[in-house]
Ligand binder design. Structure first.
Ligand SMILES: NC(=O)C1=CN([C@@H]2O[C@H](COP(=O)(O)OP(=O)(O)OC[C@H]3O[C@@H](n4cnc5c(N)ncnc54)[C@H](OP(=O)(O)O)[C@@H]3O)[C@@H](O)[C@H]2O)C=CC1
Ligand SMILES: Nc1nc2c(ncn2[C@@H]2O[C@H](COP(=O)(O)O)[C@@H](O)[C@H]2O)c(=O)[nH]1
Length: 325
């Protein structure tokens, strides 16, 4: 198997078919809705909050609310009261089953439910998918996180409508160091490997460091890309603002860090400071323009045209040109 990551791949342009990049449509469909961008801010406490999620929904972006210190039912009620879709996260514990039961009792149906645990290739995830499909059959279920084709096949067979791929490539992740496992350092080729067997959408999760990595993810099989660090340092970001030598930063910590958990137990995440980088809306517009440019370099007009391009690997044993024949 070929091993590579975002840094040692470049996509090869094809003849341009548009007169302006504005003709390129960066939108993507997921779960029956069309979103402006194939990008979703990570469901983490220092990345999204209720206000940001409502704004994203109002502006045709996909969001997944985090599941920490949050009343998922109240969140869903609030979103519906504003006429917005609800997209929540669930774990696999008793309290998560109780949340599902409350939804059923109230006749409340979140449009999207993301089952989000560290090691998503697990019977606990299978059981939750089956429970959701039985009790909230209209919800679109995303399940993860996983790292292998076997896991993608299992999650799809258990009933997941989409899978989330990425164990350990995140910027505040220390899974690789603490456990010796994961896709940290080869997330893009892990995505390619998983996409070969996937019959449903994949959300590539973690490791995005520049906007061009979005196009690379799409090329290797993602339908959507989940991003934490690039969103964490905005003026609206929920992380605490910290001043260091006169410069302003926002804190960004892992969901499996002691900062999120409130205790040092099975810690697989750390806390860092991200320089404050302006407004979220401006970054999203820039991302959309960059994805439109990617589509134009791909010689296309729509997002999935990026899948048609050849690529080169830079450096290492696998260096060379990879042509689609
Ligand atoms: N994408 C990634 O690489 C990673 C992401 N995270 C994020 O951190 C958050 C917290 O994750 P998590 O701790 O799973 O959530 P939870 O604390 O909700 O744990 C979920 C359940 O899975 C069990 N569990 C967790 N890890 C393992 C494992 N390696 N093997 C067997 N069982 C396990 C837990 O039991 P017990 O705690 O008793 O073991 C618990 O019952 C999530 O949002 C997750 O996505 C965390 C690590 C890696
Ligand atoms: N191993 C861990 N991974 C984590 C933790 N908290 C979140 N995450 C994952 O990272 C991505 C975001 O990655 P980024 O490179 O864009 O910053 C997020 O969506 C989770 O999948 C954690 O504590 N440990």
């Amino acid at each position: 198997m070929e091993i590579f990551d975002y840094d040692n791949i470049l996509l090869l342009p094809r003849k341009c078919r548009v007169e302006s990049r504005s003709e390129c449509d960066a939108g993507v469909e997921l779960g029956g809705r069309k979103f402006r961008l194939p990008v979703v801010p990570a469901n983490m406490k220092t990345v999204v909050d209720e206000k940001i999620c409502a704004w994203l929904a109002q502006n045709n972006y996909f969001y997944v609310m985090h599941r920490f210190d949050l009343d998922n039912v109240q969140f869903t009620r609030d979103m519906k009261a504003k006429g917005l879709y609800a997209s929540i996260s669930l774990g696999v514990k008793q309290a998560d089953y109780a949340t599902v039961d409350t939804f059923v009792k109230e006749g409340l149906v979140p449009e999207y439910i993301t089952i989000d645990i560290a090691h998503g290739h697990a019977d606990s995830v299978r059981d939750m998918i089956i429970y959701l499909k039985k009790h909230l059959p209209a919800s679109f279920v995303i399940a993860g996180n996983v790292a292998t084709p076997e896991a993608v096949i299992d999650l799809e067979n258990w009933g997941a409508d989409a899978t989330k791929v990425g164990v350990g490539p995140g910027k505040v992740c220390i899974t690789k160091l603490k456990t010796g496992f994961g896709t940290g350092g080869w997330q893009l080729s892990a995505l390619k490997w998983c996409a070969r067997v996937a019959t449903k959408p994949i959300i590539a999760d973690g490791g995005i460091r520049s906007h061009g990595d979005i196009a690379k993810s799409i090329r290797f099989g993602a339908s959507m890309v989940m991003i934490g660090s690039l969103f964490a340092g905005h003026e609206e970001s929920p992380g605490k603002t910290v001043e260091v030598d006169g410069a302003l930063f926002k804190e960004y910590y892992g969901s499996a860090s002691d900062f999120n958990k409130g205790e040092y137990k099975h810690v697989e995440g750390k806390r860092i400071l991200e320089p404050i980088k302006g407004k979220l809306a401006e970054t999203l517009v820039e991302m959309e323009q960059d994805v439109q440019s990617s589509i134009s370099y791909a010689g296309g007009k729509k997002l999935m045209d990026i899948r048609k391009v050849n690529y080169v690997t830079l450096g290492g044993d696998n260096a060379g040109e990879h042509l689609l024949m």
